[in-house]
Unconditional design. Structure first.
Length: 478
């Protein structure tokens, strides 16, 4: 919040560097309270392989870049559309997901936040367009949710301790934290594919619509009978925006030496239009940890109608599948490039009402490069039943060098999936179970810089983040 190169994914009013005067130290305390916990836990958009689409692709963990056999090729590899003999006319899938995010730390007072919920994971809808004049060309459409997260984590604590050195007896203290996040990004695609000899070449034009809202509320109060206004701090940051952008995915598919192959490239996105709003509020009054009264602080800024921009990086995928007997092994890997820091919204500078400091209302984001890979296995059990199993990584693009508990935990996730596909008259039904997990420890760096503050001293040195997911997969295609 006060850094020259601030962390990503957070609304921040960076202040002047150098020595802080007494009137601004309270504002720093409020800022620290605002930043000492993850603003968004594990943002789903820092993971690229969380959700999978399609009947077989769900059970194979998305390891179908070189072997996609259904309409989900519009996303995984549009070039495969030209080689699929009879792509489905309609596909729908339902994935019911139980997710659990936890944030836990312990210092003088324990801290634990948790969000456990059951929801329907993003699904997929798509089909081909039966235009005869296209000859052997294929047109297809698809609609699916690329990123989605709903999160609400809150905690409150009441305790007594000797927090102010000059005051007699113990102080009574209260802290409260509320973190909410609502993210949704939907992709609508139109695909074209055509065979070129034994190769299939295709491209999908995607329109991505992103909507995101995040709120962080923090309050802390200290009371002592001899110092009625021992300390009170409140802080809130909020941002919400929507953005529409364009991107393209190119795919090439072919078979060679008994192995099916696939190559894909996804372009960086091009922002078209977007709008949002941003708020920062901080207030503080009372004594410091030595019992000295400090000037009250009041800082507030709100901007709406701001231009909102978002972008995603290059990615390159490679996949292959090899069959032997009644079995087939699938492999996929995808590299996502680095996304240098960019501004999502810029509300400009403002002057703190009680401090006179010039601050900036700005929201930025950035992503590190990520390499994901996975394996899938298919075995024909009978003429109507096929079994599947898979494993995949889903590494976080959060910058580990700059990560702070103020931003998000760099959780590297892992998923395993198992299930079966049933071929019944007129339709295919897919059933499966999936499990995902990941954990990470994140330092609270601002705590180290402000150890002289009574409330800050109660905060843990690090936050332990955990993610767990259990999914039930149902897909239907005709």
């Amino acid at each position: 919040m006060w850094n020259k190169n601030p962390p990503t994914q957070i609304l921040k009013p960076p202040g002047p560097t150098g020595k802080r005067d007494p009137r601004s130290i309270n504002l720093v305390l409020v800022a620290a309270l605002t930043l000492t916990l993850p603003s968004s836990a594990t943002p789903q958009d820092s993971h690229y392989w969380t959700y999978q689409y399609g009947t077989r692709a769900n059970l194979l963990g998305g390891q179908v870049i070189g072997s996609v056999v259904d309409i989900s090729a519009t996303y995984y590899n549009p070039g495969a559309l030209a080689l699929i003999p009879e792509p489905e006319l309609l596909l729908t899938s339902k994935v019911f997901e139980l997710t659990d995010y936890t944030a836990e730390g312990r210092e003088t007072q324990p801290l634990k936040l948790d969000d456990l919920r059951i929801d329907q994971a993003p699904g997929f809808f798509g089909g081909t367009m039966p235009f005869k004049f296209l000859d052997n060309h294929v047109l297809a459409y698809s609609v699916f949710t690329r990123h989605r997260q709903k999160l609400k984590m809150d905690a409150a604590n009441v305790w007594s301790d000797e927090l102010i050195g000059s005051a007699p007896n113990q102080e009574d203290a209260f802290t409260q934290i509320l973190l909410t996040r609502d993210l949704s990004e939907t992709w609508v695609g139109l695909s074209w594919a055509a065979p070129l000899g034994r190769f299939g070449l295709g491209v999908t034009q995607f329109v991505a619509y992103r909507s995101q809202r995040s709120t962080r509320l923090v309050s802390g109060n200290i009371y002592n009978g001899s110092l009625p206004a021992a300390g009170a701090s409140n802080a809130e940051t909020l941002f919400s925006y929507w953005n529409a952008r364009l991107l393209w995915k190119l795919g090439l598919s072919w078979e060679w030496e008994g192995v099916s192959w696939g190559l894909t490239a996804t372009t960086p996105s091009l922002s078209v239009v977007g709008q949002g709003r941003a708020l920062v509020f901080a207030s503080s009054l009372g004594a410091d940890s030595a019992g000295t009264n400090r000037d009250p602080v009041f800082v507030a800024a709100y901007q709406e109608g701001l231009d909102a921009n978002y972008r995603s990086p290059w990615s390159f995928g490679l996949g292959a599948a090899y069959g032997f007997g009644k079995s087939r092994i699938h492999f996929s890997a995808e590299y996502f490039g680095k996304n240098d820091q960019f501004v999502i919204m810029d509300g400009g500078d403002f002057v703190g009402q009680s401090t006179g400091d010039t601050l900036s209302l700005i929201l930025t984001d950035q992503q590190d490069a990520v390499f994901n890979f996975g394996l899938g296995f298919r075995h024909i059990l009978s003429s109507t039943v096929t079994g599947y199993a898979s494993f995949r990584t889903d590494f976080s693009s959060v910058d580990r060098d700059d990560v702070d508990a103020s931003v998000s935990a760099p959780l590297n996730l892992y998923f395993i999936t198992a299930g079966a596909a049933f071929n019944i008259p007129l339709a295919d039904i897919t059933l499966g179970l999936g499990y995902g997990w990941g954990s990470s420890s994140v330092p609270v760096r601002i705590r180290d810089a402000l150890q002289e503050d009574a409330i800050i001293e109660q905060l843990p040195e690090a936050i332990k983040m955990k993610f767990r997911s259990l999914r039930f997969i149902f897909a239907f295609s005709i």
